[in-house]
Design a protein around this ligand. Structure first.
Ligand code: PHE
Length: 369
């Protein structure tokens, strides 16, 4: 018979040195299992004389309890160790950027679309759309620009040859829209007042230099209801400019102008400070023209099927690209459409920042630079 003390310390030593739960369980089975060492020794007790039986039985029971306790303690220790290792190997670094691999950028024009829609959306405007290829009724005639109206030439129109088999007919040819104002007519045709829409999209004119490209973008606005006045127009556009440039103090001024489809017609300037190296939007000694607008001409309301004796409205149109240049300090319009990824990386916006009036409009923090 082995010395009980030696046996005990040998087993306890094994238990305390077990490294994984499986090993510990094997030890338990080899000692306390049906054929385990201690179990076998217990079995021999019956064959011993009473005296020995009592003393050995006592000794074995004490060892058994000790071993059971040691197994329990080691088990807890190993379970915790296993959990910690699992936690370590499966860690999630919540401080990592959500999608560090994001490479694409939102073009400044798309960003301005979002911003403009967010501002006018909060004022209760809906977004309307019209086609890029437009008929002359919607692009010109219904906007109080009959054939041979001088303003048609002013717009450097691209005409499309509808039917290549027939000689070009200036009167019936489609155009690629020279402005978004055609959407005014398309909206009136579909909907009776009250109307409150903006329309954003591509427009085309035959022109090309640092501030003009043959394709550019406009936002059109149209409000028609009973008792709409010039004050509504002024308030609405001033509010828009302040929200857009994110400035509380932005002086504006209105100058008389001419558009065939509005009467009176107005141009709006915003305050700025020009220096040799910088253009700063806001209070200053200079002015920058930003948009054309006016009260919708009665002939235009009539062409859209609306009675001008009952309803009035205002309309405005502005260049989105120009707004982007001013707001984000982009000097040359032509670079907008060169599809240079280096340019887009510099001036573009990360796709995960959305423009909203509550969470921030331009999310300057999200600028890709
Ligand atoms: N359509 C005009 C342009 O392209 C802008 C404008 C729109 C002016 C609506 C007045 C009212 O220049």
């Amino acid at each position: 018979m082995e010395n009980l003390e030696d046996l005990k310390s040998e087993i306890l030593n094994k238990i305390n040195h077990s490294a994984v739960l499986k090993e510990l369980d094997d030890i338990r089975v080899s000692v306390l299992g049906k054929k385990g060492k201690l179990t076998e020794m217990m079995k021999t007790l019956g064959t011993l004389p009473l005296e020995e039986k009592i003393s050995l039985g006592k000794g074995l029971n004490i060892i058994k309890t000790k071993i059971e306790e040691a197994i329990e303690t080691q088990k807890k220790f190993l379970e915790e160790k296993a959990l910690n290792e699992k936690l370590k190997s499966e860690t999630l670094d919540v401080t990592l950027p959500v999608r560090p691999e994001t490479q694409g950028r939102i073009h400044p024009v798309s960003k301005i679309y979002e911003e403009v829609a967010a501002i006018f959306g909060q004022m209760g405007f809906e977004v309307a759309e019209g086609p890029d290829i437009e008929d002359q009724f919607h692009n010109f005639n219904a906007l109080n620009m009959p054939l041979n109206h001088p303003a048609r030439q002013m717009q450097d129109t691209f005409y499309l040859n509808n039917n290549p088999n027939k000689p070009f007919d200036m009167e019936t040819a489609y155009v690629i829209r020279t402005h978004t104002s055609g959407v005014q007519i398309r909206t009136m045709e579909k909907q009776q007042p009250p109307i409150r829409i903006i329309a954003m999209g591509r427009t085309y004119r035959s022109d090309y230099d640092a501030t003009h490209t043959p394709m550019f973008h406009q936002v059109e606005g149209l409000v028609i209801d009973k008792n709409i006045t010039l004050s509504h127009l002024k308030g609405c556009l001033h509010d828009f400019m302040k929200a857009f440039f994110e400035l509380d103090d932005l002086p504006v001024r209105y100058r008389p102008s001419y558009f065939p489809f509005t009467e009176p017609s107005i141009e709006m300037d915003i305050g700025c400070l020009k220096s040799k190296t910088e253009l700063k939007i806001g209070a200053g000694n200079d002015w920058l023209e930003v948009l054309g607008c006016g009260m919708v001409h009665p002939n235009v309301l009539r062409a859209g099927g609306i009675n001008p004796d009952e309803y009035q409205g205002f309309a405005f149109g502005m260049g989105i690209d120009r707004l982007a240049m001013l707001k984000y300090g982009i000097p040359d319009l032509r670079t907008f459409f060169e599809s240079d990824v280096r340019w887009l990386k510099h001036y573009g916006f990360t796709p995960l920042d959305f423009s909203s009036m509550t969470d921030g409009l331009s999310n300057n923090g999200g600028l890709a630079r």
